[in-house]
Design a protein around this ligand. Structure first.
Ligand code: SF4
Length: 369
């Protein structure tokens, strides 16, 4: 289990190692054919800031070699904001008083139809809060079955589940699972997640092993940028990715680096990552792992998304609503966070094509399931 592996890495020592990296370390990392975690630390370190142009060119070339100019489009569908957790940065946390919604199968179907009217999306990301009683595995299975006829590729971002539940859901059309560890800082994790099942660090971090064991086709991972030192957090995530690749080599992987956005809680980020730093991180990940999908959501501004689409990203959401029923049923409900890119999917696609990308709505067919 990765929680045991993680014990080998001390947070403060890793932070100090990253801070001590020099220009020579960055040069060495860029000059290698295959990079290890030490090289990754150099590439995300402050010492790599002057190498941004070179890293961008390398990231672009590696991405085009492996993925072409493809940007795969997806859209999230929130089906419940009911949550038993207390994440201090999230508008859906259980202490926030507002009407909770659990979409019925008929409402989920109405959302499917509304999305299909919006654009030819085939990749759907189903998102829930974490409430096993109100929206447990039975409910998720039902939701997948309702969505299946409308979309070829179904991914879920839901509470971590037992391996047998992941396996069961793969038989109901589940292709991928996204889970955000939020932070790999074991002690500070409890400050941000003080109660509810999400307060259990081990259960969450080992959820990826359970997905791998269950044979989930694609696993998405990420940390929430704004909690702890992002350089250390993403280094731990890179270690986690390396570990998963070694143990579950049949699985495909994607990464995402969400920067904290304003929410109803008014919580302010502890650390702010600039656009240049987010670009550096994207390039570093691409140079470190040539096969990983890099996803960029509507949390980011249109200008940033248009640029990063040509330099390392491989998938993007568009037209996203972050409230359950937001496409049709409850368009005025409380959103989980405010999006930055409010363009329609057609506008996003047009901008990406103008930037030279090939916009792909469908890259999987359910016949392969
Ligand atoms: S981040 Fe997820 S688990 Fe935490 S309060 Fe929000 S919806 Fe619930």
């Amino acid at each position: 289990m990765f929680s045991e592996e993680l014990l080998k890495y001390d947070w403060d020592e890793t932070t100090a190692r990253i801070a001590a990296k020099t220009g020579a370390d960055v040069e060495r990392a860029l000059g290698k054919r295959r990079r290890d975690i030490d090289d990754f630390m150099a590439l995300v370190s402050p010492a790599a800031a002057p190498y941004l142009e070179r890293m961008a060119a390398m990231s672009r070339a590696l991405t085009q070699k492996r993925f072409g100019k493809v940007i795969s489009m997806y859209i999230p569908m929130y089906i419940t904001n009911s949550c038993t957790n207390s994440c201090v940065y999230c508008g859906f946390n259980r202490h926030n008083k507002f009407p909770r919604v659990v979409l019925t199968p008929a409402q989920i179907e109405a959302e499917c139809r509304a999305i299909r009217r919006l654009a030819p999306f085939e990749n759907l990301l189903l998102v829930t809060g974490e409430n096993p009683r109100a929206a447990g595995t039975d409910y998720l299975e039902q939701a997948l079955r309702v969505c299946r006829p409308y979309f070829n590729n179904l991914t879920m971002e839901v509470m971590p589940l037992p391996a047998e539940d992941y396996e069961r859901l793969t038989h109901s059309g589940l292709n991928g699972v996204v889970c955000f560890q939020e932070t790999y800082h074991r002690e500070r994790y409890k400050v941000y997640h003080p109660a509810g099942m999400k307060s259990n660090f081990e259960w969450r971090v080992n959820g990826f092993d359970r997905m791998g064991r269950a044979g989930v086709h694609k696993i998405g991972m990420g940390v929430l940028i704004g909690l702890e030192d992002w350089r250390t957090d993403v280094t731990m995530m890179a270690l986690h990715l390396q570990y998963l690749r070694k143990h579950y080599w049949r699985t495909r992987y994607s990464v995402n680096f969400p920067r904290m956005r304003p929410s109803e809680t008014g919580y302010q980020p502890n650390v702010v990552m600039t656009d240049r730093e987010l670009a550096q991180l994207t390039f570093a990940f691409r140079i470190f792992d040539e096969d990983v999908d890099i996803s960029v959501s509507t949390r980011e501004r249109p200008e940033f998304r248009n640029n990063i689409a040509t330099l390392g990203a491989t998938s993007m959401s568009a037209g996203s609503k972050t409230e359950p029923g937001g496409y049709e049923t409850y368009p005025q409900a409380l959103e989980q966070f405010a999006v930055s890119d409010e363009r329609t999917p057609a506008e996003v696609a047009e901008a990406l094509r103008k930037a030279g990308c090939e916009v792909v709505w469908k890259d999987w067919d359910k016949v392969f399931d």
